[in-house]
Design a binder for this molecule. Structure first.
Ligand SMILES: [Zn+2]
Length: 231
C-alpha cells in the first residue's frame, strides 16, 4: 500500500476546483517551495488563498508520517523567509508550528495529532484526515486497554509478592519451632497459606472453618510476618 504521505499528496492533487485567486496562491507556493528563487515573496491575503498556499507548499516539499506510528507533518523550505511565511500562515489558521534546521534547510513542522488532522482538512485532504482520525481513535482505545492490563498485572504481581513474603515468614517461624506455640487462629491461617500460596486473602479466609473475613486474614498474616521479623 502507498505510504500515508503519498496518499495525502495524490488526494491534494485531486483538488482542482478553486477560484483563480486560490489557484494563483497554490501555484506560487509550488514554485517557491520547490526551490524557485523569488525576488518578492507571494503572500496570500485571503484565508482561502492561505489554505491553497499551504496545499501548494505541501505538494512541493511536504511530507507526513503514518498516523498509526506518529503525528508529524513537515514542509522543507528553501530559506528562512519562506519558513517564516509558513509559520505565519499556520499560526493564522490556529496551529502551533515549530521550526528546525535539517541539512542547512529550515523545516516547518507540526507534531500534534489534532493539528496535523486540522491542517490536512484545511488543505483539502479530507479522506486522509478521516484516516488519521480513525488511527487516533484506535490508538486511544488501545492505550486504555494497555493501561488496564498493566494495572491488573501489577496488582497480581503485588499479591504474589505478598504471598511469597508470608510463606517465608511462616517457614522461618516453623524453623524456629514457633509454629506449635501459635494460637489456633494464627496456626490455621499459617497452614492455609502454606497449602494455598497464591490464593487471595478472601479465598484464604474461605478455606477456614468457620470462614474468616478478608480483613481478619490480613490481620493474622501481618501478625505472622511481624513475629518472623522479631526472630
Ligand atoms: Zn482564494
Amino acid at each position: 500500500m502507498a505510504s500515508f504521505a503519498s496518499r495525502v499528496k495524490s488526494e491534494l492533487q485531486g483538488v482542482t476546483r478553486m477560484p483563480p485567486h486560490c489557484r494563483r496562491a497554490q501555484n506560487a507556493a509550488r514554485r517557491i517551495y520547490a526551490g524557485g528563487q523569488q525576488d518578492v515573496l507571494f503572500e496570500p491575503k485571503k484565508d482561502c488563498c492561505a489554505r491553497a498556499f499551504l496545499r501548494g507548499a505541501f505538494l512541493a516539499a511536504g511530507t507526513v508520517s503514518d498516523p498509526a506510528k506518529s503525528y508529524h507533518l513537515e514542509i522543507t523550505c528553501p530559506g528562512e523567509r519562506e519558513a517564516v511565511l509558513l509559520l505565519t500562515l499556520m499560526e493564522r489558521c490556529g496551529m502551533e508550528p515549530k521550526e528546525m534546521v535539517r541539512k542547512g534547510m529550515p523545516v516547518v513542522y507540526i507534531k500534534e495529532g489534532q493539528q496535523v488532522r486540522d491542517l490536512l482538512a484545511m488543505m483539502g485532504a479530507t479522506v486522509a484526515m478521516m484516516d488519521l482520525e480513525n488511527a487516533r481513535i484506535l490508538k486511544g482505545v488501545r492505550g486504555n486497554v494497555n493501561r488496564r492490563v498493566n494495572c491488573e498485572t501489577s496488582n497480581i504481581n503485588k499479591a504474589v509478592a505478598a504471598g511469597m513474603k508470608q510463606i517465608r515468614a511462616i517457614r522461618a517461624l516453623e524453623a524456629a519451632g514457633e509454629l506449635d506455640t501459635l494460637s489456633d487462629g494464627l496456626y490455621d491461617i499459617a497452614q492455609a497459606r502454606l497449602a494455598h500460596p497464591d490464593a487471595t486473602l478472601e479465598e484464604l479466609g474461605q478455606t477456614l472453618v468457620p470462614p474468616v473475613s478478608k480483613s481478619g486474614v490480613n490481620h493474622r498474616l501481618r501478625k505472622l510476618c511481624e513475629m518472623a521479623e522479631q526472630l
